[in-house]
Design a protein around this ligand. Structure first.
Ligand SMILES: *Cc1c(COP(=O)(O)O)cnc(C)c1O
Length: 396
């Protein structure tokens, strides 16, 4: 244990439990801890470091913008903010009737969307079991996990949870009192759960039949993570009214975005919502650098190719019973409750992994990860999973 970890407990609020490592440096898909040990990073700051660590284009964009104009408040417009809004609308394939609200995180992007839905005049929302939308009170109200919700009830809003990927349940839940149906295109925190191919289109039809909005939370699936710019673009005919973004958007610089189109784009009017930091030029320059690098480095193609490589190496592992996901957002279901032990064993072997549950591993590496790093993972995994199985037998 490093000195940084020792000091942590005496200074940092204990909301996350003791940190597994203290990290001091990163480059590409690799990070180094305080003892100088190197790791292949298959977590990427939880699907955030799209360009990996210390990408020169991101460093350059942030440095240049910070030395030009770092922060001005939303009393004023800046070029990076406007360019980013334009780019997001264009990437969504939306038109002149779309607008963007910029904030600092996924939860904030969802808070803005939640407030937007209130301006429809309706207050009910329909969300999915297994959903994760963030930890602020509004975002938490849409998050289904009881352990996260219960200590903080009563939560705002009137939210009905329906089983994910169940069209009949949506049909039964949505009526003329519903402002929006809120869904992740692929559930991330639930362990990379992919719905049937027609689910989102059905959700859209059901929402629109009742005058409700379809709001897709693409905080984790957005910005090339699945091999498409946005997760819903992997499917035909899905055109949400509201999309929320964060995680990969800033490549590690905090930023969130709420994008709406049509009637939804004008629901929030002057005085209805605000933010001091949201849309600040440094964060927007970072996001623009991420979007540019995805194009320049052909990362949509790379993400699909590396994603296929990752999925097939996972599927070959003894003990892996199911591989889910798209692009570089993958889940691996194990044949027993030893996923947390696999995270520990992987760390010893020089790989940073993540478990979303006792039997589930999640892989969300930087989009720039190399075939060699994935090959190395493929070679190391049999031993990692063996070690994890033994460790789980000793201390279940
Ligand atoms: C991570 C996540 C959030 C919350 O984002 P924060 O930046 O942690 O507030 C919201 N929705 C989804 C789908 C996420 O994966």
């Amino acid at each position: 244990m490093s000195a940084i970890q020792d000091r942590y407990a005496g200074a940092v609020m204990n909301t996350f439990g003791p940190p597994a490592l203290a990290l001091v440096r990163g480059e590409g898909a690799h990070v180094w801890d305080a003892d100088g040990k190197e790791y292949v990073d298959l977590l990427a700051g939880i699907a955030v470091n799209a360009l990996g660590h210390a990408h020169p284009a991101l460093v350059e964009a942030v440095t240049t913008q910070l030395s030009t104009l770092g922060h001005v408040s939303n009393f004023f417009a800046t070029e990076p903010q406007v360019s980013l809004a334009e780019r997001l609308v264009a990437l969504l394939g939306w038109g002149d009737d779309a607008r963007v609200f910029l904030s600092n995180s996924g939860a904030e992007a969802n808070e803005a969307a939640l407030k937007l839905t209130r301006r429809t005049g309706r207050t009910r929302l329909v969300a999915a079991e297994g959903s994760f939308h963030g930890r602020t009170m509004g975002a938490l109200a849409l998050t289904s996990k009881a352990a996260y919700r219960e200590p903080f009830e009563p939560l705002p809003g009137d939210v009905t949870f329906v089983p994910y990927d169940d069209v009949a349940a949506l049909e039964a839940a949505v009526d003329e009192t519903v402002a929006a149906v809120v869904l992740e295109p692929i559930q991330g925190e639930a362990g990379v759960v992919v719905p049937s191919a027609d689910y989102l289109a059905a959700a859209q039809r059901i929402a629109h039949d009742h005058g409700a909005l379809l709001w897709l939370d693409e905080v984790q699936t957005g910005i090339a993570r699945t091999g498409a710019w946005f997760g819903h673009q992997l499917l035909d005919g899905v055109e949400p009214d509201v999309v929320t973004l964060a995680k990969g958007l800033g490549g590690g610089i905090p930023i969130g975005a709420t994008v709406a189109r049509g009637a939804a784009a004008t629901l929030l009017q002057p005085g209805n919502h605000g933010t001091t930091f949201g849309g600040n030029p440094v964060a927007c320059a970072a996001a623009l650098a991420v979007l540019d690098a995805i194009v320049a480095d052909d990362l949509l193609v790379a993400t699909s190719a590396r994603g296929d490589q990752l999925a097939s190496l996972l599927a070959k592992q003894a003990g892996v019973v199911e591989v889910t996901g798209a692009g570089l957002m993958r889940g691996a279901e194990l044949d027993g409750p030893y996923a947390p032990h696999a995270v520990v064993a992987a760390r010893a072997a020089g790989f940073i992994l993540n478990a979303t549950g006792p039997t589930r591993l999640r892989f969300v590496p930087p989009l720039v990860i190399s075939t060699e790093d994935l090959d190395a993972l493929g070679h190391a995994l049999p031993q990692i999973l063996d070690d994890a199985r033994s460790a789980a037998q000793e201390t279940p």
